[in-house]
Design a protein around this ligand. Structure first.
Ligand code: ADP
Ligand code: MG
Length: 485
């Protein structure tokens, strides 16, 4: 049975993706196959998983299991073997419930039986052990940041400049009286701009000031995983309980909660519980609360109850200051002109800024040379180039459409009114500037136009840009967004 089930998992991993398998099927097993009445019995950890699989995967199961078991007809029966802490310890056989699929019984009901079903070949405890192990190994594969405060991220090594001073000041202020001043504190900004650094700095500072306070850091990703697992193993109560004693919760990248209805529901209750007890909540996201798509509006509005602070792209002085600080920390002797060069070269992302520095430092130490401008040029020659090659026309048109609130189809259409013509020109201009595509390709991508139209649009844009500062900075913002997508 195990071999058949393993084979089934392989097939649906290819068909439905590993996420589906990890989430729904790993804790399930094929318990038995009875050819006399064509019933395959599956053991599932709880009723929720059972229902979900019945609602979503019955056809998939029947098709593939029938083939693997060499049969034409098949009915499914689901046995719920709820987990029980004591059972795991004493290795008792758990009360099992039998649920048949909709073909057998219309409304699935749980009928707890006091004895083990005769289908069982192994006690369900083993299933539970196996599942727990699987969860652990899933986690081991993923970098898991939830729950751990990184001591490397401190206020001391966070460089403050105009782009991040508000977020920094607010973060520092809450450490002085947590739960009292800005609650929640919501930090938002593009990737690699220091949100996670600031959150850990808060965690470190608060723990330093008062060791008795309970600080918890987690990302939306780990929250979602843990929430799903808590449902799979009937541990919703334990899941909620872990927030009961928390004094400070640092919740990173909450944009990933988008479209996760049930997880948002749970998050909402945890948020309310902590907020009512005046526990400090810090949230981060890549955008302003209102702009997080697929997030319940009651959550969005709660996120704006306290202070919303943004982190912007750093100016060149801040970038140089960060480089100097990082080079000291990494013991890299970085001449000033090289720092300036790197700062100018790396447009917006501090993580990339650090990456560039490390590359140059590594090159210098490997070749046993002092860092020089010439070396930096050589090492960073291809910086952004791979990305540049990868820039797709779809990304450009999407970003342009978003910035002008226009439809992609309108940009590609033959419409000629002034507004859409300008948007189209911007798209042409950025495509010519940022992609490697030929003018012909660009023209035909944007509604089958010829290359002379593209040339015309691009030179018109260049003229406009020379005289319109606002337009120029709007285009700059789009360029940065395209580079980051
Ligand atoms: P985000 O969470 O916004 O994507 P991170 O906090 O992970 O960004 O920052 C990316 C890297 O840049 C980290 O190594 C972080 O230490 C560094 N960094 C970001 N902002 C600063 C800053 N103001 N001073 C020093 N280092 C910074
Ligand atoms: Mg981050």
């Amino acid at each position: 049975m195990q071999l058949i089930w393993d084979e089934f998992l392989n097939i649906i991993t290819a068909e439905a993706g590993s996420q589906v398998v990890e989430t729904w099927f790993k804790a399930v097993c094929l318990e038995s196959w009875d050819p006399s009445n064509s019933i395959a019995t599956l053991r599932v950890p709880n009723q929720f998983v059972s229902r979900w699989i019945q609602d979503h995967y019955t056809e998939l199961l029947k098709t593939h299991l029938a083939r693997l078991l060499n049969t034409h007809t098949m009915r499914l029966s689901f046995e719920v073997a709820p987990q029980h802490e004591n059972a795991a310890r004493t290795r008792n056989i758990m009360p099992a419930s039998v649920i048949h699929d909709t073909e057998l019984v219309n409304e699935p009901t749980i009928t707890p039986a006091t004895h083990a079903s005769h289908h069982m070949h192994r006690p369900p405890v083993l299933v539970q052990h196996q599942s727990e192990e699987l969860i652990l190994s899933d986690r081991a594969k993923k970098p898991r940041t939830g729950g751990v405060i990184n001591p490397a991220y401190q206020f001391d090594n966070f460089v403050v400049g105009p782009s991040n001073s508000l977020a920094h000041a607010a973060a520092y202020a809450i450490c002085e009286s947590i739960g009292k001043v800005y609650n929640p504190l919501f930090i938002y900004g593009g990737t690699g701009l220091g949100k996670t650094h600031l959150m850990h700095a808060i965690g470190n500072e608060v723990s330093k000031r008062n060791k008795n306070l309970v600080v918890r850091y987690e990302t939306a990703d780990t929250f979602i995983n843990d929430f799903i697992n808590s449902i799979r193993f009937d541990r919703s109560q334990q899941f909620r309980n872990r927030y009961q004693a928390v004094d400070l919760i640092l919740f990173d990248d909450i944009q990933f909660l988008s479209n996760k209805e049930q997880t948002q529901e749970s998050f909402f209750h945890i948020f309310n519980m902590l907020y009512e007890q005046q526990k400090q909540i810090v949230l981060s996201s890549d955008t302003f609360p209102k702009e997080i798509h697929g997030l319940q509006s009651r959550l969005k509005s709660r996120m704006e109850w306290g202070l919303v602070a943004d982190i912007q792209t750093p100016d060149i002085e801040t970038k140089i200051a960060i480089l100097t600080r990082k080079s000291d920390a990494h013991r890299i002797a970085l001449p000033e002109d090289v720092a300036e060069y790197i700062a100018a070269r790396v447009v917006s992302n501090i993580r990339e800024l650090e990456g560039a520095l490390i590359r140059i430092g590594a090159f210098a130490s490997l070749t046993n040379q002092q860092i020089s401008l010439e070396m930096a040029r050589k090492v960073l020659l291809n910086l952004n180039e791979p990305k540049r090659e990868g820039i797709m026309l779809d990304t450009i048109i999407k970003v342009v459409a978003k910035h002008y609130d226009a439809g992609i189809n309108d940009i590609r259409s033959k419409k000629r009114h002034q507004d859409i013509s300008l948007v189209r020109q911007v798209a042409f201009y950025l495509m010519k500037k940022m992609s490697n595509c030929s003018l012909q390709v660009i023209g035909s991508y944007v509604g089958g136009r010829d290359h002379s139209t593209v040339i015309h649009a691009v030179s018109k844009m260049e003229l406009l840009l020379a005289n319109d500062q606002a337009l120029a900075s709007k285009i700059k913002a789009m360029e940065q967004e395209i580079l980051q997508s």
